[in-house]
Write a protein that binds this ligand. Structure first.
Ligand code: PHE
Length: 454
């Protein structure tokens, strides 16, 4: 039997799991999704979804992982050896591959933007006297439509992910997360101050904080719910896998509470950077996946030493993305190690290689190849489409099935024994049981159905 890894320190799990949670989901996906879905109204539903759905599912995943000490497939098998439940684990492993394949494309953009910042491109934009917004949009489009560059950046990012993952749990993942997460938060706060003091920032703050509830449609609700699960890395077994490395004496409710708090704070802060800046520049908050990459260079061009701050920011963002891509790759890797007996290195290289193959259509879907840039029937680009399928629908269905499994098959009583191990008490136990057995399954189902029927 190969010895499984463990987090080394008591806060190792908090840091590594927040490393997984905090990533492009907070800084890239949250602002553009909120921008497309009505701003403040989206924010309200998003926060409600975090509290009522995502937080209970996070605790359920972590407890399931720690109790079984397994990857998602192994965890379902350990509790329900017969029957179909283990296919939820397989769905998670597949989703891990698929999400990583397009996520690494965006992660590659952060590397590209790091080099752009270093080269002083953002400052040249404004110095040339052009409207910064138009110029940066231009720069973004030519950047993402260069096929060779897009594939190279994707491959480099996957290479880094494979390297860190193959070094194992505490050696790789934990060390990186520990050093860099606090730094990222500091820099975000700094940018927030700058964005809020831009001329015309008030309209952005109003867009973000003054809800217009008439904007809420089934699509908005499903986007907010999907974003809540996505942001906390739920629904595909990432937190089952990370939970399996947690020591028995660790306090799970406290740890998961911290993770959700950090993650939400960072996403909300990103909104306070992006929307004031978007409105002060007269840009469109609903413009889609390019939003953040178009707006941040504008802010950097407007602050003293913007070149240094810009370079530093994109570097940190790349690292935040790396601690996330590592957690995505870890799902299939843990499966290959536990269930197939592969050595870690081989598992990491093969799983990463598969992601590269699936990542190529996403990399070419932002202007390089016409067909992929505008898929027939769905009328959107391949990357956004893949994100909708895997990052929203499969994730939400996965979260639903995990809630039913933990609440009804494993049984909430057994889960509570695991949850309170190491902490002794868990005051909101009753609320958690209601959430995991009734609220989450019913609400997720109703939301998914309302979208299908609308
Ligand atoms: N939570 C990650 C982010 O916000 C994305 C992710 C989703 C990671 C699902 C793992 C599983 O960037």
């Amino acid at each position: 039997m190969i010895k499984r890894g463990n987090w080394n320190s008591r806060i190792g799990f908090i840091l590594a799991a927040s490393g997984s949670a905090v990533g492009l989901g907070n800084i890239w996906r949250f602002p553009y999704t909120a921008g497309k879905n009505g701003g403040a109204a989206f924010l309200v539903i998003y926060l409600a979804a975090i509290l009522a759905l995502a937080l209970p599912v996070l605790l359920a995943e972590a407890a399931l992982g720690r109790a079984t000490g397994k990857n998602p497939v192994g965890a379902f098998k350990a509790i329900a050896p017969r029957g179909l439940w283990k296919s939820v684990g397989y769905l998670g492993v597949t989703a891990g591959f698929m999400i990583l394949s397009y996520y690494a494309v965006i992660a590659g953009w952060t590397l590209g933007y790091f080099f752009k910042a270093v080269s002083g491109e953002f400052n040249r934009l404004t110095a040339a006297g052009h409207d910064a917004a138009t110029m940066s949009r231009h720069g973004f489009a030519s950047f993402t439509s260069s096929p060779v560059l897009q594939i190279i950046l994707l491959a480099v990012f996957l290479g880094l992910t494979i390297y860190v993952t193959s070094r194992g749990v505490s050696g790789g993942i934990e060390r990186w997360s520990k050093m860099l997460m606090p730094l990222l938060l500091g820099l975000l706060l700094l940018l927030m101050v700058r964005a809020l003091t831009l001329k015309g920032a008030g309209a952005g703050v109003a867009f973000y904080l003054k809800p217009d509830f008439s904007l809420i449609t089934p699509s908005v609700v499903i986007a907010a719910m999907g974003q809540a699960f996505f942001s906390l890395s739920l629904g595909i077994g990432t937190m089952i896998t990370y939970g399996s490395y947690v020591k028995k004496n660790e306090n799970l409710p406290a740890s998961t509470g911290w993770i959700a708090l950090c993650d939400t704070l960072i996403a909300v802060t990103a909104g306070f950077i992006i929307f004031p800046a978007v409105f002060s520049q007269g840009m469109d908050p609903a413009e889609g996946p390019g939003l953040v990459f178009n707006i941040l260079p504008v802010i950097f061009a407007k602050i003293p030493m913007g070149q240094v701050f810009g370079a530093f920011f994109f570097l940190l963002l790349a690292i935040a993305a790396l601690t996330t891509t590592v957690s995505l790759l870890e799902v299939p890797v843990a499966y290959f190690i536990d269930e197939r007996g592969w050595p870690r290195r081989r598992a990491a290289w093969i799983a990463g290689g598969i992601c590269l193959v699936f990542g190529i259509p996403a990399a070419l879907s932002q202007g390089s190849v016409g067909f992929l840039t505008r898929l027939p029937l769905v009328n959107t680009d391949f990357l956004s489409f893949w994100d909708l399928i895997w990052g929203n629908l499969v994730l939400s269905i996965g979260a639903l099935l995990i809630a039913v499994f933990v609440g009804w098959i494993w049984k909430s009583g057994n889960a509570l024994l695991e949850i309170t191990r190491g902490s002794g008490r868990f005051r909101p136990a009753f609320l958690w049981v209601i959430a995991i057995r009734y609220l989450a399954p019913v609400l997720i189902l109703v939301i998914l159905l309302s979208k299908i029927l609308s």
